[in-house]
Structures are given as structure tokens and as C-alpha cells.
Design a protein around this ligand. Structure first.
Ligand code: PHE
Length: 448
């Protein structure tokens, strides 16, 4: 059945759309992985590489997703079917499934964050943050906090596009920006923080010769921009104005997202180095964020509890506005495909994701596998498919749609050519390299 456009909902204003889309992009990925990957992968050289990838791959694919969404006014399954033909329904369904599964573990990490807010505020995070993290990251506590975050997300999505998603983003995102700027400013005053900046940004251009690093930067950019799984298609399907300049919106979204990721590092590393805790950063992004940082807050007397609470609130806001978009992909997919009501779709899908997320709340290895496989490799596959669809199959339609609000034919041609050749090649390399990293993780899981 066809759902009339009016019942799907729409953004109240284009500013509302941008802020919601930035909310989707800015998330755990920014604060959890970006600065850590930069510090281990060439510092400032990584930041430059990342920017290049955002410009050459991120913004064009984001523009493509926005174009598909606005042109069809449909969520991924039916949008791809409309422009690509029946077979592309399967790709749309894959996107919905990706949203479903990525949200299942994302919500668990969001749960840890909430727990950290709660314990920081009460001042009950112990000195041994390693043991503390082990205790809260898996098991019953992790399941409960995962469930709490899921309910909050369902509640917001139930409110619909304007009253739920747009309103939440409009309230929460300015708070997030203010908190982050405040934290970065405070961190800049810390004694010994300079060593943190140089650990984060010391350029090592040789690192850029490493193909794995390039692939991980591209995968990071993709995850961080919420690309390759239809979130941006879905959000763009609620845009009413045909005059909106889509490449410009894509640029604003991508640059805001990158700025937040960059500032995240300016917060995290000076704090860790001020307290001489570089040892506890460990070998994973999780270690830097959930072990080293709480330890620093613990040693900060007085005020550590307050700063810790503020930091984890910021992280939670970032996670929540991304979680909303993950759930919305699934909910909108179900509404458009099966004609369910928003209430039914949000409650049933949210409940199912809650259950499917439980294994991630019980095993970090399982979560790590899902993140590599879905959050990196499959998003790259999704990106290749979007690029081919818009660059080759639907290029005239895409061109015509972007032309509203973007009257530069030569730039549109350049965009289409990036989507036709350069981007699929880059993303195929990303998919290949990340799939290779998935294999040992999968083996380890099967081996026990
Ligand atoms: N962009 C979000 C982040 O950086 C994650 C996300 C991925 C959200 C895909 C929606 C879709 O945390």
C-alpha cells in the first residue's frame, strides 16, 4: 500500500533537518574512535587524510543519499526500488537490517555511557577503573542500561519527526556543543596537557603509506557520517523544500561532524596526559574512553566527579541523537514497507533490537565482531551500492534532483564521476581490507 506523504511526517524547517542530521552523524564514533585512531595512526597526518576522505568520499556519498531521500520522499526500501527497480528493494532491506543490527550493539555502548554518568554523579567510580569497566560493560548491569537507553530512544521516535526527532535534536545538540567547547577550554588550561596534544597530533606522514590505515580512516569517516545504511536517505525523505541546496547541506553536516571529532581529541588527550595516565589508554579506543578517562576524573580532586559527569553527559547526548536515527531507519522502513503505524513499528522494532542486543551486553568479543563486520565492512558495501545506483543507474534523475538549489552543471558532473569510479574503488578497497579483519574475529568467536 502507498502511504500518503502527509502521514509520513516532515521537518518543520531546514534548520531542523540539518540539526537532526548532524545529531545522527555526531555520535559515539566521534568521541570513541576518531581521536584514538588518530593518535595511533599518524596524528595530524591522519587528521589531514581523514579530511581528504571526508571531502572526496564522504560529502559526495552524503549528497547522493540526501538526493535519493528528497527525490523519492521514501525510506530506503521503497526509495531504492523506485529509482533502481525491484531488485534494489533487497539493498534497501539490507539497509534496514544494518540499522537494526548496528543499533543493537550501539545501544549497549550507550548504556555504559549512561552508567558512567550515573556513577560519576554519585562519585562512586573506584580508582581501579579497569576492573570497574569490566564489571559494568558486560552482564546484568550492561543489559539493564542498554534497555533503559532503548526505551528512551523509542519514546523519542514515537513522537514522530517534528515533535520527537526534530525537537530532541534542537534541544540536545546545542547543549552538546556547549559542553564540548567548555570541556576543551578547561582541558587547555591543564598542566602537562601539551604532551597530550602532541601525542594526539604529532604528524607522522609515513603512517599514510599504510593501506590498512587509509581503509580504517575511510571506514571511520563512513560510520561517523552515518553513511552506507540509509540513515541519511531516511532523514532527507522528510525534507519539504525542493530549493534546499543539498551539496551545501552535506558539506555543513560533514564539517560539523569532523569538527566535533577533532575537538573530542582536544578534550580527551590533555586530560589523560595531565594525570600521566597514558599507560592505561591500552590498545583499544574503548580503553582510552572508558578506562583512562574515568581514572583521570577519579584523580581530579576536587571537581573530578563534576567534570566526569559533564563529559559522559555529552557523550550520552551524542549517542542518543545517533541512536534515534538508527531506530528511525528501521521504523520508517517498516512503516513504508508494511504500512504499520509509527507506534507499532517503534515499539515492536525497538523491543526486538533490545533483545538482539543482549549478546553484545554479554560479550565484548561479539560486539567487536559486529562492529567490524557491520559498522565498517558492510557500510562500505552499502556505500558502493549507493554510489553505483546514483552514479550510473539513476544519474539523470540524481542530476535533476540536485540541480534544484545547486545550479552548477560542471560540479554536478564531477560529483557523478566521483560516484561512478573513484568512490566505488575506494570503498571496495575498504570493504576488502575490513572483511579481512573480520575473519580472525569470527574465527576467535567460533573457537570459543
Ligand atoms: N554516526 C554515528 C556515530 O558516529 C553512528 C551511526 C552510524 C548512526 C550509522 C547512524 C547510522 O556514532
Amino acid at each position: 500500500m502507498t502511504v500518503p506523504a502527509t502521514s509520513r511526517g516532515a521537518w518543520k524547517s531546514s534548520a531542523g533537518f540539518i540539526i537532526a542530521a548532524v545529531g545522527s552523524a555526531v555520535g559515539l564514533g566521534n568521541l570513541w574512535r576518531f581521536s584514538y585512531t588518530a593518535s595511533t595512526g599518524g596524528g595530524a597526518a591522519f587528521v589531514v587524510l581523514y579530511l581528504v576522505l571526508v571531502l572526496a568520499v564522504g560529502i559526495p556519498v552524503l549528497t547522493a543519499e540526501l538526493t535519493v531521500g528528497r527525490a523519492t520522499g521514501l525510506s530506503p526500501i521503497r526509495a531504492l526500488e523506485r529509482i533502481g527497480g525491484r531488485g534494489w528493494r533487497i539493498v534497501g532491506a539490507m539497509f534496514v537490517l544494518l540499522g537494526f543490527l548496528i543499533f543493537s550493539y550501539y545501544s549497549v555502548i550507550m548504556g555504559w555511557t549512561a552508567r558512567m554518568v550515573w556513577d560519576s554523579a554519585r562519585g562512586t567510580i573506584p580508582a581501579d577503573t579497569g576492573a570497574y569497566f569490566t564489571a559494568i560493560s558486560t552482564g546484568k548491569a550492561a543489559v539493564l542500561w542498554h534497555a533503559a537507553g532503548m526505551m528512551l530512544t523509542i519514546w523519542i521516535v514515537l513522537g514522530g519527526i517534528r515533535q520527537g526527532i526534530e525537537r530532541a535534536a534542537t534541544i540536545l545538540m546545542p547543549i552538546l556543543f556547549a559542553l564540548l567547547v567548555g570541556l576543551a577550554t578547561w582541558a587547555a588550561t591543564l598542566h602537562g596537557g601539551g604532551a597530550g596534544y602532541s601525542f594526539y597530533l604529532k604528524p607522522d606522514f609515513r603512517a599514510l603509506l599504510n593501506l590498512d590505515l587509509i581503509a580504517s580512516a575511510a571506514a571511520q569517516a563512513f560510520f561517523s557520517l552515518s553513511l552506507g545504511m540509509g540513515a541519511m536517505i531516511t532523514y532527507a525523505s522528510y525534507i519539504q523544500s525542493k530549493e534546499l541546496n543539498l551539496p551545501k547541506q552535506a558539506g555543513i553536516i560533514a564539517l560539523s561532524d569532523t569538527a566535533v571529532a577533532f575537538v573530542g581529541g582536544l578534550v580527551v588527550f590533555p586530560i589523560i596526559f595531565h594525570f600521566g595516565l597514558q599507560e592505561s589508554i591500552g590498545s583499544s579506543a574503548i580503553g582510552a574512553l572508558f578506562i583512562a578517562l574515568p581514572k583521570a576524573f577519579h584523580s581530579l580532586v576536587p571537581g573530578g566527579a563534576l567534570i566526569g559527569t559533564i563529559f559522559f553527559i555529552a557523550l550520552y547526548i551524542a549517542a542518543l541523537t545517533s541512536a534515534i536515527s538508527l531506530l528511525e531507519v528501521v521504523v520508517a522502513g517498516i512503516i513504508d514497507a508494511w504500512g504499520w503505524s509509527r507506534e507499532q513499528a517503534a515499539l515492536i522494532a525497538g523491543g526486538a533490537i533490545l533483545l538482539v542486543g543482549i549478546p553484545s551486553a554479554l560479550s565484548l568479543d561479539w560486539m567487536g565482531f559486529l562492529d567490524k563486520f557491520l559498522g565498517e565492512a558492510m557500510l562500505a558495501v552499502g556505500g558502493v551500492l549507493i554510489a553505483i545506483l546514483t552514479g550510473w543507474i539513476w544519474s539523470e534523475g540524481a542530476d535533476a534532483e540536485v540541480a534544484h538549489g545547486f545550479p552548477y552543471p560542471a560540479l554536478r558532473r564531477a560529483w557523478l564521476w566521483l560516484l561512478r569510479i573513484f568512490i566505488p574503488v575506494v570503498l571496495a578497497v575498504v570493504a576488502y581490507t575490513t572483511f579481512k579483519q573480520v575473519v580472525p574475529l569470527a574465527r576467535a568467536l567460533v573457537g570459543g
